[in-house]
Design a binder for this molecule. Structure first.
Ligand SMILES: N[C@@H](CCC(=O)N[C@@H](CS)C(=O)NCC(=O)O)C(=O)O
Length: 208
């Protein structure tokens, strides 16, 4: 398998999940601004959407959309409990979380990262950023209230934990302090300490 990624972006979640699943895979870096690989190749030929992640699956086909990719990876290694079995109520609970993270947290951050695309004037830009931060804070409070210990859904680390960790990393550049929600800060620290997370971050960090 091959994961197309950009360092620190949402592709970190499938990266962590592939390591957790214990599957063999390669990674290839994409410049998400130019849609090129480092050798100048055209990423749009792989994923016409231009976004990461994209995964070349075991059958050679390309799968896009993080939430689909995460569940595909989890289902490759059912013994790792990265997702509850398909068709169970618990699986719908996982999908409920994944959809919440992608639409309510990830996409609010996408607006923060790209605020100057939406508003040209600096004052408007600050207003937009503040409004989005308020949105995010409300969503963080909700996740914190529903967090089961030690992981989002209880005893097992799932792909939703990998995704939640990935989006919570983005709080730092926007000075959102996770300590406002102790359950989130504890979850973040717990996930950050996993060997899979350290390995994925190391593999994504620029080499000298
Ligand atoms: N709908 C896609 C969106 C993924 C996404 O937002 N990826 C960002 C990085 S976190 C990206 O590639 N942005 C560049 C672009 O879309 O052109 C998914 O959920 O996988």
């Amino acid at each position: 398998m091959k994961l197309y990624y950009a360092p620190g972006t949402c592709s970190l979640a499938p990266h962590i999940s592939l390591i957790e699943a214990g599957k063999s895979f390669h990674i290839e870096k994409v410049d998400i601004k130019t849609k090129k690989f480092s050798d100048g190749g055209d990423y749009l030929q792989v994923n016409p959407k231009g976004s990461v992640p994209a995964l070349v699956m075991e059958n050679g086909e390309v799968l896009t959309e993080g939430v689909a990719i995460l569940q595909y990876i989890a289902d490759l290694a059912p013994e790792k409990h990265l997702a509850p079995p398909a068709g169970t109520l618990e699986r719908y609970r996982l999908q409920e979380w994944l959809n919440f993270i992608t639409t309510e947290i990830h996409k609010n951050f996408s607006v923060l990262f790209n605020a100057d695309r939406y508003v040209a004037q600096p004052e408007g830009n600050e207003q937009l950023k503040n409004a989005i931060k308020q949105n995010l804070k409300a969503r963080f409070a909700l996740v914190a209230r529903h967090m089961k210990e030690p992981f989002l859904m209880g005893d097992h680390f799932t792909v939703a934990d990998a995704y939640l960790f990935t989006v919570l990393r983005w709080t730092k550049p926007f000075t959102l302090d996770l300590n406002e929600w102790p359950a989130l800060a504890a979850h973040f620290a717990r996930v950050r300490d996993r060997a899979s997370v350290k390995a994925a971050l190391q593999a994504e960090s620029p080499r000298p």
